[in-house]
Design a protein around this ligand. Sequence first.
Ligand SMILES: Cc1cc2nc3c(=O)[nH]c(=O)nc-3n(C[C@H](O)[C@H](O)[C@H](O)COP(=O)(O)OP(=O)(O)OC[C@H]3O[C@@H](n4cnc5c(N)ncnc54)[C@H](O)[C@@H]3O)c2cc1C
Length: 468
Amino acid sequence: MPSNSYDALIIGSGQAGNPLATALADAGQCVVLVEERQLGGSCINYGCQPVKALLASAERAHQLRTAAAFGIGNGAEPAVDLAAAVARKNQLIGELRDGVRSNLTQEHTGITVLYGHAQFTGPHTVQVTPETGAAHEIKAAKIFINTGTRAAIPAIDGLDGLPYLTTTQLLDLEELPEHLLILGGGYIGLEFGQMFRRFGSRVTIVESGTQLLEREDDDVCAALKKILEQEGVEIVLGAEVRRVSRNTAGAFTLTAHTRGGTGRRLRGSHLLVATGRTPNTDTLNLSAAGVARDEHGYIQVNSRLETNVRGIYALGDVHGGPQFTHLAYDDYRVVRANLLERGPRRSARQRPLPYCVFTDPQLGRIGLNEEQARAQGVPYRVASMPVSVIGRARETGRTEGFWKVLVGADDRLLGATILCAEGGEIMSMFQLAMAGRLKYQQLQHMVLAHPCWAEGLNNVFAKLAKPA
Ligand SMILES: Cc1cc2nc3c(=O)[nH]c(=O)nc-3n(C[C@H](O)[C@H](O)[C@H](O)COP(=O)(O)OP(=O)(O)OC[C@H]3O[C@@H](n4cnc5c(N)ncnc54)[C@H](O)[C@@H]3O)c2cc1C
C-alpha cells in the first residue's frame, strides 16, 4: 500500500478516535490519525480532566476554610497559589497525554499519527496541513470524523476584540481574578464559578434564562442556586447581555436587559464566556466530500453514526446531541461493534444518559426527571429525601441537597436526580438498579453497609407520592 493510502483515517484525537484507532489497527487495518492540536482532545487537554483537577484544589481551599467547625485550625483564610494549582493540573494532563501518545504510537502497531489540520478534498481524500511544512494529501477507504467542538462566542455588541476568556484560557490563568464575570449559567459556568469563588475571587454568573441549568427541574436549580449563593457566588438570572465594554483600567462592564424592562450593569476584572459550544466542522471543507450538516453545523448521522456519504462516519460531540466523554466513547463502541464484531448491531440511539455536574455538592442525573416525565406523559410517583437525614451526611457535615427518584407504574425506577456529596457515584447505583430492572422495594429492603451513602437507598422510598 502506498504511504499516503490507508484503510482508515481518523480526524481528531478525541474520546472516540483514539480507542477506534487502536481497535482498527489491532484488527489488522492500516490506520492514520490526524490531530491539529494535542493528542487526547478536549477531555484531557481543556475539558473534563483539567477542570476536575483544579476543582480538587478549590475543594481543598474550601475544606481549609471550613475546618475550624471540625476542630481543626482557626479558620484562617488559606493561601491560594493558583500558579501551583495550575502546575499540578498541567502535570496531570501531561501524564494523560503521554499515555495517549504511547498507546497510539508504541503499544499498538499499524497507526500513523500526523500532526496538522485536516480538510476534505473529496469523499476519500483529505489534505493535511502541518503547522510548518508543506500540505499533503492522504487517501482512505473509511474516514471517521471526531473533531469535537470549541467555545461558541455569542454575537454581543462590543465583545469581539476584547480579551475575554474561554474555559480553555481560564484553565491556564495563573493570577487570581479579583472579580470574575461568567456569561452562562450552564454546568460549565457553575463548575468554574464555584471553583474561582473557593479560590478567593468574587464571582458573578449572568444567565439569560430564568433558571440555571435549563434541563433540570426547578427545585434542583433553586437548591443549587441557594448553595452557590451561600458560598458567596452572585447569580443574576433573566439578564440578557446586550453590550460588553472594557475601560482603560481593564475592567469589563456587561450591560444587560433584564425582565421587566430594567437594565443592569455588571462590572468585573475578568470575563469568562461559557455560553455553549460550536462544532469544529466549518474548516473541514465537508462540501468537497458532500457530507451533510444540520443548521447548527453538526454532522448528521444515523444510528450507526454513518453520515450521508458511504464510508464516512462522525463520532463524538461533532454529530450533535448531548456532549459528554462517556457518550463519545460509546460512539467508539458502536462503530467497533458494527464494523469489527460479529455480534448484534449496536445503535447510538436509546442509550442511557447518565451525567454529573461537578459542583459541590454534585448533581448526578440518570433517566427522567419530573419535567421530562411530564413532557413525555409518563405516569410516575416521586420519592424524595433531604440529604441531611442520611447518617453519613451528618457525620461528615455534608448535609446539603436532596435525592429525588421517579418510580413508574410497575414499581421500577424511571430516573434519579441526586444533588448530594458524591452525587455522581450515588446516581450510578440507581443507574445499575435501572439497568437490572430492579423494583424500588428491592432497594428499600436491601442490606447495605452502615454508615455508607448507599444507605439512603433504603430510606428514600419511605414517602413515595404521586405528583401534586
Ligand atoms: C470545560 C469542559 C468541561 C467538561 N467536563 C466534562 C465532564 O465533566 N464530563 C463529561 O463527560 N464531559 C465533559 N466535557 C465534554 C467532553 O470534554 C467532550 O464531550 C468530549 O471530550 C468530546 O470528545 P470528542 O471525542 O467528541 O472530541 P474531542 O475530545 O473534542 O477531540 C476533538 C479533537 O479534534 C481535533 N480537531 C478538530 N478539528 C480538526 C481538524 N480539522 N484536523 C485535525 N484535528 C482536528 C481537536 O484539536 C481535538 O483534539 C467538558 C467539556 C469542556 C469544554
